[in-house]
Design a protein around this ligand. Sequence first.
Ligand code: NAD
Length: 507
Amino acid sequence: MNAPTSSAVLAPTVKLLIGGQFIESKTTEWRDVVNPATQEVLARVPFATAEEIDAAVASAKEAFKTWKKTPIGTRARVFLKYQQLIRENMAELAAILTAEQGKTLPDAEGDVFRGLEVVEHAASIGNLQLGELANNVAGGVDTYTLMQPLGVCAGITPFNFPAMIPLWMFPMAIATGNTFVLKPSEQDPMVTMRLVELALEAGIPPGVLNVIHGGEMAVNAICDHKDIKAVSFVGSTKVGTHLYNRATLAGKRAQCMMGAKNHAIILPDANKEQSLNAIAGAAFGAAGQRCMALPVVVLVGEAQQWIPDLVAKAKTLKINGGTEKGTDVGPVVSCAALARVEGLIERGIADGATLELDGRKPVVPGYEKGNFVGPTIFSNVKPGMAIYDQEIFGPVLALVAAADIDEAIAFINDNPNGNGTAIFTQSGAAARKFQEEIDVGQVGINVPIPVPVPLFSFSGSRASKLGDLGPYGKQVIMFYTQTKTVTARWFDDSTTSHGVNTTISLK
Ligand code: NAD
């Protein structure tokens, strides 16, 4: 995380949302929100004070008293309205996102759209939050479950999906009857705030959704706060591990979706053109800043001959500002991120990997100050090299060779991360073997970025995740609710008394 800075030229300020009011923070610590293609300062974001964080939690706690009793149909209708408002404002949302984050406009729309799908899912809360009932578990006795909201929940989000990931969190938490405190990424909070404005317009009552801004102090305050019951986090493994330990020690539920190093396998029987297109899109799209990007490809047998074709394809990708038509690769999010990616490319060369394509310092007319690095490809990459061991989070692809599918699967399973993986093949038997034996939570078969739609849950595994339950889908209903089991018997005047029962059995 970068330290707070203060812009000399005063740009507009990003507001806090507390008790239904957008308010100016009283903090003295501010950080600039910067357009990564131009370095223009778009806004200043406050690092909220401890008192402001307390006020946001207190407002959510107060609002919970009534929101938890709000009929399920009323809650569902808020999200029906919300999805409509997001659709109507899609172009504006994408433009804000591109300006502060750098991804291309079509990809920014995709970011909003994948969040919109979760909002649509939240609108069907009536079906999702149904309990179970067993009739006559003993004579005249029924057992049923209630899925009750927890109280105040919190979410902490990363820079790379500033629309989708906040929308993974607060719609499902609020639809299940909780109230929420959101802490967006301090690097690109503006599209998140526009989405929050639309959420209020859709009918989320004052105090049900609150927003604070900040960094380490704000996150630690959320972990420690006695009135917060559950925390959702998406971000780096380092921060997520710290947060998980701190929040669970303080007695909260926590779910942390963290860093990744996703591998794909290309078997020699794969459709060459389709597979290489998919790899280039997944490795270099969004400038490699997706947690489900494909930064490692294992080429099996004769597929190793395809490296020149992959390099040729990567060279055709257009590097430019995200608002320019036809752009494939925009800038990375910050100057610090650019320096880190360039430093890792240097280490790759020093460690002995073969640089097949060098994307450093591309010339981008009109965007000379932008944080650009073009598609970069290394072959002969091995574990122990920094470019393999670290999550680069830039458009850098590592190629690895394997003799057969068994060797390729074993190689992937040896990597500690488990966010996503993919296989490219025409063989059903090979695909099925991969699906069965690979130890990664999200698997693509000729699909490079297998992020599940919200009918399912996001299910990264191993070092990419802490906590049993993932975002959205059925799992998140469990995460945001407490199951209460009720066992009930009703007597009427004609019920025969069985006398005193001193056993554990229900009679
Ligand atoms: P980050 O960990 O730097 O920041 C995430 C959040 O944590 C931000 O809100 C930030 O303010 C806060 N934070 C930063 N430093 C902190 C500290 N020292 N203490 C407490 N809080 C701190 O992550 P990022 O750079 O914004 O996002 C990129 C990372 O997120 C990558 O590792 C990527 O793989 C991961 N990610 C994972 C998923 C997933 O679903 N697994 C999805 C998106 C991103």
